[in-house]
Design a protein around this ligand. Structure first.
Ligand code: SF4
Ligand code: SF4
Length: 434
């Protein structure tokens, strides 16, 4: 695609990055066929190619974001299905991030939309506050869940039970089981315990820690690490997302330069995609660029790390069929497709892959709260495809998808790592208990 940025415009590193991305696009439109919003709405403006044109126009003309552009960019899930499909290597993720930052800087959102985003950005990354707000949402749900739009969606999504905080989410080192028996540990990793996940399903981090320590790996929850920054990053609030990301980078660098770590383990693929992009986010920050690059290079999804160290051989067969849901951030964001299924198969489960696996479930961070109608349509389509495989249970590697899909089906939905923990000697996953 031809671009017409001035030399002065190209001095801005974000415009220079956008220019490189735009020039790769050859208008072929292959990406439209796999874009969930285009598939659902059939409007070119809600396709990747349509969004690319709108972003190009805003950036080239140096215009503030218009209400029309904001409508179509807000509808984008950042699922990155278009990046998997694109034959020209267009980095849509970075382009839409640049567009969202421009929207954040130049567009005055209507009062309710602005307020809602501020509340979500303030509460969700803080586990204690989020837990408290869930109690409020649970109390208000009987009266307010019928409201249309995002407010009603927030109350409808309030969980029926709110788990107690897990002691394992606090900063600490958890020794490998074998080193407790006097044998040397096999490795040492930092686990990102995140924000919303530890409130909604603390058993996921617990299963991860049990599994890793059982396999001879010491796990450290680094002091100062917290939310990865993705929630606000996708709202265009670069300043806050960089602040949250910098805290993680400093916390993990301290561990790496102290006792040492072999990897940074992430068990929520949405967060993993963002942490693996810290190197790009901080590319123009002389104080942080090198550290950020190192952190991104050390970051692994839990299934990548488990595939490297290997599960024990001869795990007994389980007479259970698992429908594996591949989160967009896993398959499109991190290009991890076969590893989780291979691990589940090795752990004794029969694994099936539902049709239209490339299409998003509609969760996408805060998308299901901010765009509830579209998110509900995508959830219904996803659940229909999963239920068609007649599984005993559903597994996924991202908390957002797990919550979203569980809201549309009676079939239990668990994290992949809970099943691997169970198969190697851990307890029955909470979601499978009746
Ligand atoms: S990120 Fe997903 S929703 Fe957004 S344009 Fe690409 S395919 Fe469509
Ligand atoms: S598939 Fe890639 S090159 Fe083709 S229109 Fe989409 S983004 Fe552009």
């Amino acid at each position: 695609m031809q671009t017409n940025f001035s030399i002065a415009q190209l001095e801005d590193p974000d415009i220079a990055a956008a220019n490189d991305i735009l020039r790769k696009c050859v208008h072929c439109g292959f990406c439209t066929a796999t874009c969930p919003t285009y598939v659902t709405l059939g409007d070119e403006l809600d396709s990747p190619r349509g969004r690319i044109y709108q972003i190009k126009d805003m950036l080239e003309e140096d215009k503030p974001a218009s209400p029309k552009l904001v409508k179509h960019i807000d509808r984008c899930l950042s699922c990155l299905s278009c990046m998997t499909t694109c034959p020209s290597g267009v980095h849509y993720m970075h382009l839409v991030d640049i567009a969202r930052a421009r929207i954040h800087e130049t567009y005055e959102r209507p009062f309710l939309d602005k307020w809602l985003r501020k509340v979500l950005a303030f509460i969700l990354p803080k586990p204690q506050l989020f837990r408290l707000s869930l109690v409020g949402a649970w109390l208000g749900a009987p009266f307010l869940k019928g409201l249309p739009g995002p407010i009603g969606a927030m109350f409808r999504m309030a969980p029926k039970t709110i788990p107690k905080p897990s002691p394992w989410d606090a900063p600490q080192s958890i020794p490998a089981e074998q080193s407790l028996e006097g044998k040397p540990r096999k490795g040492r990793v930092a686990l990102m315990t995140g924000c919303a996940q530890q409130v909604l399903q603390p058993q996921i981090n617990e299963a991860t820690i049990r599994l890793l320590t059982r396999m001879g790996i010491e796990v450290v929850v680094a002091d100062g690490a917290g939310c990865c920054g993705a929630l606000v990053h996708h709202m265009g609030d670069t300043e806050t997302s960089h602040h949250q990301a910098a805290a993680n980078i400093n916390a993990w660098t301290s561990e790496a330069e102290g006792e040492g770590i072999d990897a940074i383990i992430i068990n929520a693929s949405g967060c993993g995609t963002t942490v693996k992009d810290y190197g790009f986010m901080f590319r123009t920050d002389p104080a942080m660029a090198e550290k950020a690059e190192k952190v991104s290079a050390m970051t692994k999804d839990i299934t990548e790390y488990l595939s490297e160290i290997g599960l024990p051989d001869d795990l007994p067969e389980k007479d259970l069929t698992v429908a594996y849901h591949s989160a967009c951030s896993m398959q499109h964001g991190q290009k991890i497709t076969g590893l989780p299924k291979d691990l589940l198969t090795k752990a004794g489960f029969k694994v099936v892959s539902p049709a239209e696996g490339h299409l998003c479930c509609g969760s996408a961070g805060t998308y299901n709260l901010l765009q509830p109608e579209l998110a509900d349509k995508l959830k219904a389509r996803k659940v229909k495809n999963i239920e068609a495989t007649k599984p005993d249970l559903i597994a996924g590697g991202n908390i957002g998808c797990i919550q979203q899909i569980a809201g549309g089906t009676e079939i239990p939905v668990v994290h992949t790592v809970e099943l691997l923990d169970w198969a190697t000697g851990g307890p029955l996953p909470k979601g499978l208990k009746n």
